[in-house]
Design a protein. Structure first.
Length: 291
């Protein structure tokens, strides 16, 4: 092995540890990094451009990366067992799942692949027309069991191929973080509107002080905890309380909320980094519970 390839291996070598606890010192360091990169906010004109043209930035993202960027999310079924066919279920039953911001199908395609339910219907929307086009061209996309369409999830009135109070599950995986905070409550309200009573929102997204947040350079912050990446896409970093507040105000009951914190050590560069994700399950109450 040459010295060059050995060095390359050392740089990329890393390991993860699950559910690491943070001490006060780490919290302080993270807060200092965020204060540093967010004190100077982006000017109003640039901010408006990133917010108003968000769909075009995602279109360009998918034109460049096609379906190679996000990995299929196989952890889905361990974190969200509801997405798999629950043991003992009548597999003939009709169930419906809707993913907002489905991109090129890294969540939808594994659901379709592993489902044992012939009557499962999976819907997906994304405001990137390019993403939907790439997904429809995928040979694993089965139009008999799946329907995807272009829609901006932040509009007041959704134009969707299913009825109000009808869906069993809505999946929000790394999508709400791409939406400007003032529009998030509209998304939560529409999720409530289209889920059946007893239906579930499954949410996983970036948490406050995730390493991606700490690494932003000054000048990339649109507002507190909302940044723009080099490719023009936006990303917000949530706390558990914010997610809870947003959905409970829309009428949901929080059933589970977890901060998934993982230590990643890059031995080559002697760097310790933390991934922080928030994972939450929210249920629309049964009619009797709201009376
Ligand atoms: C980080 S990607 C996640 C994609 C997918 N959920 C997955 O798990 O691979 C975020 C996606 O949300 C979409 N998105 C962002 N804002 C949206 C909006 N307002 N309406 C619909 N889709 C949106 C983007 O186009 C992108 O495909």
């Amino acid at each position: 092995m040459t010295m060059m390839s050995l060095n390359t291996m050392l740089v990329v070598a890393h390991y993860c540890r699950d559910n690491v606890e943070w001490d006060a010192e780490q919290e302080k360091e993270a807060l200092a990094a965020v204060t540093k990169n967010s004190t100077q906010k982006m000017n109003a004109e640039d901010k408006e451009k990133f917010q108003n043209d968000a769909d075009q930035f995602w279109d360009s993202f998918y034109s460049v990366h096609q379906n190679r960027f996000f990995k299929d999310r196989h952890w889905l079924f361990t974190e969200f067992t509801e997405l798999a066919t629950p043991p003992g279920t009548d597999v003939q039953k009709t169930r419906s799942i809707f993913e907002l911001g489905c991109g090129v199908g890294n969540t939808i395609l594994p659901i379709l692949k592993y489902s044992q339910e012939p009557n499962l219907k999976v819907y997906g929307c994304d405001f990137s027309a390019r993403a939907i086009e790439i997904l429809r061209e995928n040979k694993e996309y089965d139009p008999k069991r799946c329907e995807v369409f272009v829609m901006d999830a932040t509009v007041e009135d959704w134009s969707v191929p299913f009825a109000e109070d009808s869906l069993d599950i809505i999946v929000l995986i790394f999508v709400l973080s791409a939406i400007e905070p003032t529009k998030m409550n509209r998304v939560a309200a529409n999720c409530f509107r289209y889920l059946r009573p007893g239906g579930l929102v499954l949410f996983r997204d970036y948490g406050r002080y995730d390493m991606a947040q700490l690494r932003f350079k000054s000048g990339k912050c649109l507002e507190d905890n909302l940044y723009v990446r080099g490719d023009g896409t936006m990303v917000y970093f949530f706390t558990q309380e914010e997610v809870r507040d947003l959905f409970c105000k829309a009428g949901f009951i929080e059933e589970q909320s977890v901060v998934d914190r993982r230590l990643q050590v890059n031995r080559g560069r002697m760097l310790k980094m933390y991934r922080v994700w928030i994972q939450t399950k929210l249920r629309k109450p049964l009619n009797e519970e709201t009376k």
